[in-house]
Design a protein around this ligand. Structure first.
Ligand code: UDP
Length: 333
């Protein structure tokens, strides 16, 4: 039982590789290292440097490594970049996913887990959303992922092939044992930005909008610990292997925190104060994006282990500290 993990050298993919290895799986990582890092590929996994859109390469891996399932994390995820360069996003996220799915079908791989996103909901009319909420992406990023979901659904109808598309809400935190975490210095996500302020890597944090129709005026999001998300992938694979039907599942805890809640948690956990400015709204930010979590819990038997904002922030902070210490040592060495 060997699993091919595309994007396994990236933030979420590397956590999933850890969880798969802990579950006793053989893992082959396919990653072009464009944003991922060789250092993040967990010990025990084989790294193949290459392009997920290279159908011949994937076909060869399926044959030679005896791949019987694919977890597809590789992709581009920066929403404003997707607005500026939509065709790159449709190539990287949609066209290459099509090649990967085609290679899976041609190679007889029947089980496929796909990293989708809450961005497929765009600005939902009501929150919390659930899987019956009509998708309506408002960015090329969200569209590029929704189009892949549609390809998977049509492929599952036509072929002996089943999939689980996991729609991630706000993924944060790091491996509790400090083995992997987020490394991208360009990260725009709230917790990452706040930790940069804690560490003095930026002078302050800007809150994008304080006049939203929410209790404290800032946006509400459903933050999920990356290791709980990794567990969901292992369970999704087991679901398909026991004959479970194809599924689209939202991944969140069903609890919302505001930007101010997150800022307060970061200050509390780090024990460091930093400057916080109020800034105008950022284009395309829905006021409230929270999911119901009943379906994923029921279908997969998923039980989160780290559903606590302070724990998420604490693990992210510990990773940042150890990662930066390592980088410093490397620079000196
Ligand atoms: N946010 C903010 N300041 C920042 C980064 C993010 O106020 O420097 C807000 C953002 O407007 C949104 C929330 O934090 O309301 C979460 O944003 P993030 O980029 O982390 O994730 P998204 O929900 O956009 O995927």
């Amino acid at each position: 039982m060997t699993v091919l993990v595309t994007g396994g050298a990236g933030y979420i993919g590397s956590h999933a590789v850890l969880a798969l290895i802990e579950a006793g799986r053989q893992v082959v990582v396919l990653d072009d290292l464009s944003t991922g890092s060789r250092d993040l590929v967990p010990r025990g996994a084989t790294l193949v440097e290459g392009d997920v859109g290279d159908e011949a390469l994937v076909g060869k891996l399926i044959r030679e490594q005896g791949i019987d399932a694919i977890l597809h994390f590789a992709g581009s995820i920066v929403v404003p970049d997707s607005v500026a360069d939509p065709l790159f996003y449709y190539l990287n996220n949609t066209v290459k996913s099509r090649s990967l799915i085609a290679a899976a079908v041609a190679g007889g791989v029947k089980h496929f887990i796909f990293s989708s996103t809450a961005a497929v909901y765009g600005e939902p009319e009501a929150s919390p959303v659930d899987e019956t909420t009509r998708p309506g992406p408002i960015s090329p990023y969200g569209s590029s992922k929704l189009m892949t979901e549609m390809m998977l659904s049509d492929t599952a109808f036509a072929h002996d092939f089943r999939f689980v598309a996991l729609r991630y809400f706000n993924v944060a935190g790091a491996d509790p044992l400090g083995r992997t975490g987020q490394t991208s210095p360009r990260a725009t996500h709230l917790i990452k930005v706040a930790l940069q302020a804690v560490r003095g890597e930026r002078t302050h944090l800007e809150i994008y909008g304080t006049d939203y129709p929410t209790p404290d005026g800032t946006c509400l999001r459903d933050y999920i610990h990356v290791s709980d998300l990794a567990d969901a992938h292992v369970l999704a694979l087991a679901h398909l292997e026991r004959g479970g039907e194809s599924q689209v599942l939202n991944c969140g805890y069903g609890q919302g925190y505001s930007v101010l809640d997150v800022v307060a948690a970061v200050k509390r956990v780090a024990g460091v104060d930093f400057r916080v400015d109020h800034a105008p709204r950022r284009a395309g930010d829905p006021a409230n994006l929270i999911t119901r979590s009943e379906k994923i819990r029921a279908v997969l038997g998923w039980e989160p282990r780290h559903a606590d904002l302070d724990v998420i922030v604490g693990h992210a902070l510990a990773w940042e500290d150890s990662f930066n210490a390592r980088e410093k040592t490397r620079a000196v060495g």
